[in-house]
Design a protein around this ligand. Sequence first.
Ligand code: NAD
Length: 490
Amino acid sequence: MTVMKQTPRISNWINGLKKQPETAGWLDKFNPHNGELLCQFADSSEVDTQRAVKAAADAFLSWSELTPIRRGQVLADIVAAIKRSANELADCIALETGKPPQDARGEVGGAILQGEYFAGEGTRLYGRSLTSSMPGKYSHTVRQPRGIAGLIVPANTPIANIAWKTFPALICGNTVVLKAAEDSPSIALLFAELTKEAGLPDGVFNVIQGRGQLAGAALVNDERVNVVSFTGSTSVGKWIAETAGKRLARISLELGGKNPFVVCDDADLDQAVHWASLSAFSNAGQRCAAGSRIIVFKDIYEVFRNKLVAKAQNLKLGVSADCDLGPVVSKRQQQSILAAIETAAAEGGRILCGGAAPTGTELARGYYIQPTIIEGLAANAKLSSKEVFGPVASLHVVENIGEALQLANASEYGLTAAIHTCSVDRAMWFAQRVKAGVANVNIGTFGSEPHMPFGGFGASGNGTREPGVEALDVYSELKSISFLVRENQL
Ligand code: NAD
């Protein structure tokens, strides 16, 4: 493809300034809606990443020595800047990721809530007062920053992912190097510019664009990075755990999911269909928490299946405000989803709706996938057990709640789960036993709010939880301080 002169170039952000990549190499970013070249972004090398880490190291002392309350005030100013630029940010997200505008605006709203919560944490950042067995000894804990936080994010909800990690890292007094996702480079740069506008000192927040295996890996490998917080695929997460684990860096992993959505025979079926559709297809299924395994009691299976298929067939694809879901974020992702559907068909799955990219309309130019529902797959079929990260769900029939739980737990992942039932007993029994970090009753397989811990069992993470106060444990060290009252000095 010929690169037009005016193609925007999205650079790194180091020490409060836009920085071109050392090698002068650039990568193409395409518009998911129509496949056209949208911009180019820095193909950063190890040298660029190391420069960003140096900037973060140089800025650490002065930022960490501010009181948490002062840091919270700066965070509140960043939130105010995000609010002022909310439309520009939402437009950028919509364009880069192919989301309908209401979804992009909702995501900016989510980032604002994260910022407000962690700005407020500046007035708390609580420690504990401890008792002692030694008479006259008084002890308490304080939180101290880890140092440099290396934050690595995917593109599915780009500004929410950035806010989710950046605000708790900053309030704890760390400085940050953010590795932006390849498919959402501009939003990371816009966020960085807003931090400067809001008065965040240079070097406290830096952005590296580029490839994960080059620019991202350099961050993971850098001995100066004391905490690595990664959201992304389980395979990359495992490599990060191994690599950064060798030098005993703190590691927080928010990984994939294959989340069960159970519909009992006493469920409000219309509500269950509504939430199942949202769980499986919102954000074009590009959610770690997507409800991609729908487990239904036999007695109501046919009725539920027909309603859900009708609902999926009525969903509107596109990027305008009357659309339900947009394209997936890249051609590579579209191809991988189509291949997963093909494998499912080869493994005996019956495709009830969707199953392909739209053809014959203007959507054929973009990276769209029709909402797809597949039945008849074994629990261990590839599509029933591996994350697809697209608008694809499999339907499974069970006889009773025991079987439903067994199937729900028959996954290496354990991120979120939902159950639809009118029985408190069933709901409570299931929620207590399901292998998931988040269990929801009569709603979707949705994530958390800023004050709620989110994270998964099994291959969905390494046991850390972000956000909520639990995120402070990722980004800070606890220190116990003790005093002995010298009674002879009274
Ligand atoms: P990915 O793992 O390919 O990439 C995620 C980020 O990691 C990108 O910025 C990428 O450049 C970087 N990266 C890739 N290889 C790297 C390496 N070797 N070293 C350092 N960085 C590297 O994931 P993706 O396909 O972009 O995102 C989808 C995945 O993210 C899905 O598995 C989804 O479930 C998961 N996800 C999880 C959560 C959660 O909270 N648990 C939230 C959103 C997405």
